[in-house]
Design a protein around this ligand. Structure first.
Ligand code: ADP
Ligand code: MG
Length: 331
């Protein structure tokens, strides 16, 4: 379990993470969703103890990441945005090196690494130089290093970025499988990715949490934005008068072109106004040529939420970089 309370990070005058609060419950897959520059990597680097916060608290299974970093970090495996793999090592050599760095007891090492190689689909390429692996297999190696030490929580920063569609599907399947044994937090700027894999979604924009829930909950939360569109044969005044009288129709906007009026109803409190609209038009002798319901998709909700204040993200030169390799001072 991770508790993030009032987390804030400033890079100089730039506020990258702004008073972020959330809780991560065990056994679920969480998605941190936000456009580039939203503050995902910064948040993950702080939660994993790779970067200091400006303000706020992070506790991992009851251990404060700033006060008891060793205990807190033992609970977490991390794949940073730039995977900390050494390309001149074989997969096996590299994972052994990570196991030593993480202090996995020598006796348990071989069995644990074999299990990780198997679960990440790397057994067949264990003797290959990482340099000679495809991007998908390199990413598997990055995920494998996060699993060394058998952490309860696995944090993956944009795990599918730069992969081809087939590799993306394979990595998603791998993440789903990880979710059966670990709590997983992954970040992505692609909504379909998060809704395909995650039980819970946290949408962040400009360092702030703007929405939080299951993909279904988020869709329902915004279900009020249902619109009913009608094409009605008749002039604007008549169509508007008929439809405005429909119970729950809400705001009715109309535009007439070539004798056909396009009307949009914004039903109040999710009212189903379709039958009412039918009878109202029938009684006024206004034939309905077409009727359809439009509902904001999760994609639209995401775009609206994350573009709300419309600030394009200015690329900032890096000032402070976290150390990507955990305990990797020999690199
Ligand atoms: P994301 O991972 O969501 O793309 P980041 O956490 O990398 O977002 O960045 C959040 C904001 O902080 C961005 O505006 C970025 O330019 C800025 N930023 C990130 N790292 C640094 C840094 N080391 N120094 C200065 N600004 C940074
Ligand atoms: Mg990032």
């Amino acid at each position: 379990m991770i508790e993030v309370r009032h987390l804030t990070k400033r890079y100089g005058a730039h506020l990258a993470v702004d008073d972020l609060c959330f809780t991560v419950e065990p056994g679920k897959i969480y998605g941190l969703l936000g456009p580039n520059g939203a503050g995902k990597s910064t948040t993950m680097n702080i939660i994993t103890g790779c970067l200091a916060a400006s303000e706020g608290e992070v506790s991992v299974n009851g251990h404060d990441i700033f006060e008891e970093p060793v205990e807190a970090k033992k609970c977490i495996g991390y794949l940073p945005e730039i995977p900390p793999v050494y390309t001149d090592m074989t997969v096996d050599e590299y994972l052994k090196f990570v196991a030593e760095a993480k202090g996995v007891p020598a006796k348990a090492r071989r069995a644990q690494l074999d299990e990780i190689l198997e679960s990440t689909g790397l057994t067949d390429v264990r003797g290959r130089l990482i340099n000679n692996l495809s991007k998908g297999y390199r990413q598997r190696t990055g995920i494998a290093q996060a699993l060394v030490g058998n952490p309860e929580i696995v944090i993956l920063d944009e795990p599918t970025v730069g992969l081809d569609p087939k590799q993306i599907i394979e990595i998603r399947d791998l993440i789903r499988a990880l979710g059966r044994k670990h709590t997983v937090i992954l970040s992505s700027h692609i909504l379909s990715e998060v809704s395909a894999v995650c039980d819970s979604v946290m949408i962040i924009a400009h360092g702030r949490l703007v929405a939080n829930g299951t993909p279904d909950e988020l869709t329902k939360l915004f279900a009020g934005e249902r619109e009913v569109h009608l094409e009605v044969k008749g002039e604007k005044a008549a169509v508007q008068a008929a439809l405005r009288a429909v119970e729950g129709a809400g705001d009715v906007s109309c535009k007439t072109e070539n004798g056909v009026t396009h009307a949009v109803l914004h039903p109040q409190n999710g009212a189903d106004v379709r039958e009412g609209a039918f009878w109202a038009c029938a009684k006024a002798s206004l034939p309905i040529l077409e009727m359809r319901v439009e509902q904001a998709s999760l994609e639209e909700i995401f775009l609206e939420l994350t573009q709300a204040d419309g600030q394009p993200d200015a690329a900032q030169p890096p000032e402070e970089k976290p150390n990507p390799a955990e305990g990797g001072e020999t690199a």
